[in-house]
Design a protein around this ligand. Sequence first.
Ligand code: FDA
Length: 507
Amino acid sequence: AAPSMASGAGFLQCLKTSIPSNLVLTRGSPSFEPVLVSSIRNAEQLGPAKANPPLSIVTPTNYSHVQSAVRCSARHGVRLRVRSGGHDYEGLSYRSTFTHDHEPFAVVDLFNLRHIMVDSVTPTPMAYVQSGATLGELYYAIGKQDPKLAFPAGLCPTIGVGGHLSGGGIGLMMRKYGISADNVIHATIVDAAGNLLEGREAMGEDLFWAIRGGGGGSFGIVQLSPVPPKVVFFQVAKTMAQGAARLVSKWQTVAPALPDDLSLRVLVVNRTVRFQGLYIGDGGCHEALKIMTQRFPELGATANDCREMSWLESTAYVYFGQFGNASTPVEALLNRTFPVGSFLKHKSDYVKTPIPEASWEKILSWPFGGATDGQLMLEPHGGSMGAAFKDFETPGPGPYPHRRGVLYNIHYIEVYSENLSTNPPSWITGLYDFMEPLVSSNPRSAYVNYRDLDIGVNKDGVASYESAKVWGERYFGAANFERLARIKAKVDPKNHFRHEQSVPLIF
Ligand code: FDA
């Protein structure tokens, strides 16, 4: 039955008796809206978030506040949306498409829980990191403590650790060290009953497996990866006239087969293809270019395209360099306050068989239609991502299924100047349809961290396993999705934590 608004009042009362009142923001609080919009990165979600705001935003400063919020929400039938960095492409961490009468909700925003501690002297160097920290804060803390340590994760420094690790985390070092979630060695979470479960033993191996890619982790310890004091970054840009389609076509088989120390990704912006390489082996530019000359001479990478820098510097260089500000100091990685930005729509695919050059000619010259910009990012897999799972040291991979046999991931980004209702997506939907016969099939795979509600939703939060399979098997594969649904039934039997694409239950 639909909880009444009276339960909303009861919920707020419950929060106020168990959490300091300055940490519970209600719709009337002056800081409610500024906090709500503070980490929204997609202008497309701003209107919906304000039109159907949460009953409250809880901003915990310690774990007991998270536990209280979960207990109050369960008792009063109010759903919780959990937000770390707010980068969810569909805004599911702070907005709901369900009607408020049916599913009143509150947001637990973890931005105050962002402590990081790097331990570089143990035999397995590690970092303790809270969910509300950003990747930039984590990179900075690691790089300042020991320039020979790194953590494999995504590009954008304002991404939250919580969402990133619970959805996987792909980036330029995964070919050697796996995705971010593969490197989580310990976690602490709050379950649906409000219990604090500290560590693998407390939560059990199934739940520990599920949170490392299936959504839901809260606080954890991540294993750090060795890198040389200087890593190498190089970039070569090619236009269509310079043979971009032929080069991308060749790249598809070259990049996944390069040595694990070298990752060569592709960025397509304004019909120019940028090949970006990160080399984390020994020997600097000299060695990186030697490999490139052997494996991909057609690209013509030279010493002029190549730079050596610390791994920490490379994270700032690669990210800010996209916007023409490659010399931005590493301290900018700590900046959490960015403007909302453009209207965006994202989609993803995985490619297992190389796409013919003639198709690349069409893809690279696709008309923008209503979009102001259309971008593609191709992230090579292979390396340890394609290796047998036994090659992984502890703790082994979680629900991210796109490993063996995957050549690369495609991330489609459509940029708008106005919202979707006045400017419906044209570039991205047209291109996505065109790509169907060229990409993975049965099912056509997608990456859960590039959240896309077009591929299917749980109507009003409730889904049968059969109906949820439509999107779930695309994100997780059939076996992993089924395992997630069985674990979900065990740890959250009342389906308390639910949203538009939450995992259904199999009893
Ligand atoms: P947010 O706070 O919105 O959370 C995302 C999801 O996780 C929500 O469903 C939320 O409820 C849940 N969640 C968050 N914290 C939780 C917690 N503590 N416990 C339980 N659930 C929690 N990805 C990638 O792999 N590689 C990349 O290079 C990039 N690059 C990139 C650039 C930019 C500009 C954006 C906006 C996004 C990316 N991403 C990415 C995608 C990114 O990894 C993805 O959106 C993450 O889920 C974002 O995590 P946040 O914590 O920021 O999001």
